[in-house]
Design a protein around this ligand. Structure first.
Ligand code: DAK
Length: 260
């Protein structure tokens, strides 16, 4: 697929998807969401990709929300299609058996905050701003904002943001646990790549099992969640990477994981 709204590169095992409509502050239209889904599927299928970064082009925005121009003229059937495509794509990112980081380089509003929350981690520049301003447009978050935000930062704070429509700066987002790290704008990509490359060097099957246990154990009753963890953990014992990791520890050397 040829991309018109995103850039897609892979370097040293790290895929980088860049939202690329800077004139519209990288607002997410349905074409861009389709391209995102295609690129994430390619990451899932390619064993050489071991980690994923999502970011925005330009200095102002990660994604300034769903494209309001496109949304304004949507018939309910088109809106439903766009919403389902968004849900499918964000869930694909969330459940990708590889780690993902959103490098948030400016505005991440509405669908922008929602896209960042589908990633495993959020690294922000000092000028990043978050929020769910949908209420100001007469609607509510449509890509998981009412669900992922409350799980990440708690119900009271999520209600303040979703019902109040206000924005959080990077520091506040860090304080409430929405953001993992904050960097000066000029260092954001370099630091995010450094961490993504570290993740790309981890044993892929253990990464996959860790994400599976975290993602799918979260909503289970505790005994079932622990059982899921036991099953995911015990499966790691079938890998050569576990042998390599434990042998390397005992031989006091760095492990060389091969993904087997
Ligand atoms: N959509 C379309 N264009 C946008 C945009 C957006 N979300 N955000 C910015 N732009 C465009 C502006 O119209 C402007 O275009 P020109 O006038 O130059 O042609 C250009 O980007 C630069 O923006 P500004 O001139 O406004 O720049 P400022 O620095 O003054 O302000 C801002 C930056 C981010 C504070 C401001 O642009 C802003 O408030 N933007 C809108 C933020 C927002 O409300 N985002 C949408 C949230 S709602 C669903 C699916 C998804 C969703 C819901 C339902 N279904 C299918 C049912 C999700 C909804 C949302 O995300």
């Amino acid at each position: 697929m040829e991309y018109k709204n995103i850039l897609f590169t892979v370097e040293e095992g790290v895929a980088i998807i860049t939202f690329n409509r800077p004139k519209a502050l990288n607002a997410m239209n349905s074409e861009m969401m389709g391209e995102l889904q295609d690129a994430v599927t390619a990451c899932k299928d390619d064993d050489n990709v071991r980690a994923l970064i999502l970011t925005g082009s330009g200095e102002k925005a990660f994604i300034a929300g769903a494209d309001i121009t496109e949304m304004q003229n949507m018939e309910p059937q088109d809106a439903l299609k766009f919403m389902e495509l968004g849900h499918e794509t964000l869930r694909l990112i969330e459940t990708l058996p590889k780690p993902s980081i959103a490098a948030i380089n400016g505005f991440a509003l509405g669908g922008g905050t929602e896209t960042s929350m589908a990633c495993d981690m959020r690294f922000a520049s000092e000028n990043a701003r978050f929020g769910q301003p949908e209420i100001l447009l007469g609607l509510i978050p449509g890509w998981g904002g009412t669900q992922r935000l409350s799980r990440l930062i708690g119900m009271g704070r999520a209600k303040e943001i979703v019902l109040g429509g206000g924005q959080l700066d990077a520091q506040r987002a860090y304080e409430v646990g929405l953001v993992n790290k904050i960097y000066p704008a000029g260092q954001l990509m370099e630091e995010t790549k450094k961490f993504a490359k570290k993740l790309a060097g981890m044993p892929p099957f253990a990464i996959k099992m860790a994400k599976h246990s975290l993602n799918f154990g979260y909503d289970l009753a505790f005994d079932n969640a622990i059982r899921l963890e036991v099953e995911c953990c015990s499966q790691c014992f079938s890998t050569k990477d576990l042998k390599e990791g434990t042998t390397a520890f005992l031989e006091k050397r760095k492990a060389n994981f091969t993904g087997r």
